[in-house]
Design a protein around this ligand. Structure first.
Ligand SMILES: [Zn+2]
Length: 137
């Protein structure tokens, strides 16, 4: 299965790029603040971010790679990161908490699945776009 990881590839191609993640770490889509959602042009930049699971920092570039682990490994990695970030402390039942984790994993998997391994992606308020095509094999 394909997943998204942080990458330095194509960083700096856009004036508004930033990268505070660790290259190669898994990323997810973070929460987008109201000012970025409105798209008034003065947002904080979170609308263009992939969130690193390990660093808990953001980047504007992610790459599609093949995941060698299991789906359970992926769910555990996401659960751990979301828990550290406090995103699971909403008083939900264990089933509701699990639902949030799975939803977050699926959101990333559905995007990664649409592109060949090697593709570099950007994201803008929930819409992904190709920054660099996968190299032909
Ligand atoms: Zn923001």
């Amino acid at each position: 299965m394909r997943v998204l990881v942080a990458t330095e590839r194509t960083q700096g191609d856009r004036e508004d790029d930033y990268s505070w993640t660790i290259p190669g770490e898994l990323v997810m889509f973070g929460v987008i603040c109201a000012s970025d959602l409105r798209g008034t042009g003065r947002g904080c930049g979170c609308g263009r971010a992939f969130a690193g699971l390990h660093s808990e920092r953001a980047t504007t570039t992610a790459q599609v790679v093949e995941w060698e682990g299991s789906l359970d490994d992926l769910v555990l990695a996401f659960r751990d990161s979301l828990a550290r970030g406090g995103w699971l402390d909403f008083g939900g039942t264990p089933e509701e908490v699990h639902g949030i984790v799975v939803e977050t994993v699926m959101e990333m998997l559905l995007v990664a699945d649409r592109y060949p391994v090697g593709t570099v992606l950007g994201t803008n308020r929930g819409e992904q776009y190709v920054r660099q095509q996968a190299e032909a094999r």
